[in-house]
Ligand binder design. Structure first.
Ligand code: NAP
Length: 251
């Protein structure tokens, strides 16, 4: 990672596990000032025991929490150079079975709450600040059981473009991620649902032959974000981190 990232202040929402956790470690090891956000305090404490960073336990879907976590970051760092939203809800449910409440809940987590965090951060962004939102390569390629999730990521990507249109002086980027094994992404997947949908994923060519690890994706994401941040005259507006091999065809 470029040495110039040392001392920069970075807020990572969704850093208690998976890809966001590994990015937080990579940035902290590069000397950045990192504020790690997640709901699980025990996981954040473990992370802070591993590397030197600040943390704040918060659920971004709860009223007032986006503002509180940004206030914590500002009080610790004074301003924000990079804001990354990595957090997401990923329920596995067929589109015909999802309740309106659950459907709205996915959008609350994956679209509305990241936008609220961004809104709260606006007055505290330092010059050349970079704001990244993690999306999914499943956008445009819906797969069985993850349609509400995929729809929310498509909405997130459209929202990022909208942020860019309304705030052309700021830098917003979509970071698409592909199949990564060993994160908490599937922690709520039921065995029955997995059995039901796996066959469809294989049939639809949605199962990657190789999967990436959270360390690989987290470190690469941190490095690419650092490059994007440190080179403001070149817009690294959207990029993808995915396993080698062909993409599944469109549905
Ligand atoms: N893994 C994959 O194959 C894959 C593929 C495509 C895209 N992605 C995307 O990559 C990103 C990271 O995924 P991952 O696989 O690393 O998942 P993960 O291990 O489940 O990490 C998600 C992180 O977000 C936090 N989080 C979730 N909801 C939150 C909320 N309401 N408030 C605050 N923090 C919240 C989680 O911690 P707490 O539970 O402690 O809050 C955790 O730290 C997600 O946006 C996901 O959609 C992943």
């Amino acid at each position: 990672m470029e040495a110039a990232i040392a001392g920069k202040s970075i807020v990572i929402v969704g850093a208690s596990a998976g890809i966001g956790r590994e990015s937080a470690i990579a940035f902290a090891r590069a000397g950045a000032k990192v504020m790690a956000i997640g709901r699980r305090e025990d996981k954040l404490r473990e992370l802070a025991a591993e590397v030197d960073l600040e943390w704040c336990a918060a659920d971004i879907t709860v009223d007032g929490e986006p503002q509180r976590l940004i206030a914590e970051a500002v009080s610790a760092f004074g301003g924000i150079d990079i804001l990354l939203n990595v957090a997401a809800a990923s329920p596995m449910v067929a589109i015909a079975d999802v309740s309106p409440e659950a459907f709205l809940g996915v959008f609350a987590s994956n679209v509305v709450a990241p936008s609220e965090v961004c809104k709260a951060a606006l007055p505290h962004l330092n010059e050349n600040a970079f704001i990244g939102f993690v999306s999914s390569e499943t956008v445009g390629r819906p797969r069985h059981g993850l349609v509400p999730y995929g729809a929310s990521k498509a909405a997130l990507e459209e929202m990022v473009i909208g942020w860019r249109v309304e705030h052309p002086n700021l830098r917003f980027s979509t970071i698409r991620v592909g199949a990564t094994i060993g994160t908490d992404f599937g922690r709520d997947f039921g065995a029955e649902e997995i059995g039901r949908f796996l066959e469809e994923w294989i049939r639809g060519g949605h199962l990657a032959a190789e999967m990436m690890t959270p360390v690989e994706v987290g470190v690469d994401m941190a490095e690419l974000v650092a490059v994007a941040y440190l080179h403001p005259t070149v817009g690294l507006t959207d990029f993808a981190l995915r396993p080698p091999g062909p993409l599944a065809t469109m549905g």
